[in-house]
Design a protein around this ligand. Sequence first.
Ligand code: 13P
Length: 256
Amino acid sequence: MRTPFIAGNWKMYKTVADAVKYVKELRGLVKDLDAVEVVLAPTFTALFAAAEAARNSNVGIAAQDLHWEREGAFTGEISGQMIREAGATYAIVGHSERRSLFGETDASVNRKVAAAFAAGLCPIACIGETLDQRERNETFDVLDRQITQGLDGLTAEQIGQLVIAYEPVWAIGTGRNATPAQASEAHGHIRSRLRQWFGQEPAELCHVIYGGSVKPENARELLSQPDVDGALVGGASLDVRSFLQIVASARRDEAL
Ligand code: 13P
């Protein structure tokens, strides 16, 4: 059984002071929780302080991106080793904002996913179709391409450790979440491809989480879909109480 996985992607929000305050509050609120994996992704500048504030707690810390090289003349970039040293244990890779605004491709996602594993980080690899692609009935083709190219060369063991975030681009920051049926269909497709391409066991171990306008009001229904193992939450993760409600919705016994 996969433990529900709820991650907050803060994007370019929150200062170091904001991040530390939030983490300190959240760690107290989830201190007795072991039925849900809880992860926060602050900006690079807040990573170290957030990880310090989360030390020995149930809150994990993720970077929002990484570079694929260990070190070198790559002005402005941060390596997996540097992220690991700062105390993070996860890295988001290939978020649609990085793809659409900063030229990320399936090829760069593939290098970054491998680099994250090499640095001892668990990648949270993002995939998802645009509205145009959905309307042209290309959703499954897009997901297949993103999986085959983005995850090319990974071992079965790595697939088993991986988190895949299905984030339909049209649902991100729009307030328009995928319906439970749409999420369930896409997640079921992703799981069946993982089974087909990497084998039964890694496909069962891999977390496939949903992202796109997840809120306290829709979390429970989305998270109760069979192949939806958690959520990657943007806007609603900025407020600790609303994030906590989403975490609580992921518990199979609900109360928190
Ligand atoms: P919203 O929850 O704000 O739609 O963002 C989703 C997202 O991009 C998480 O990575």
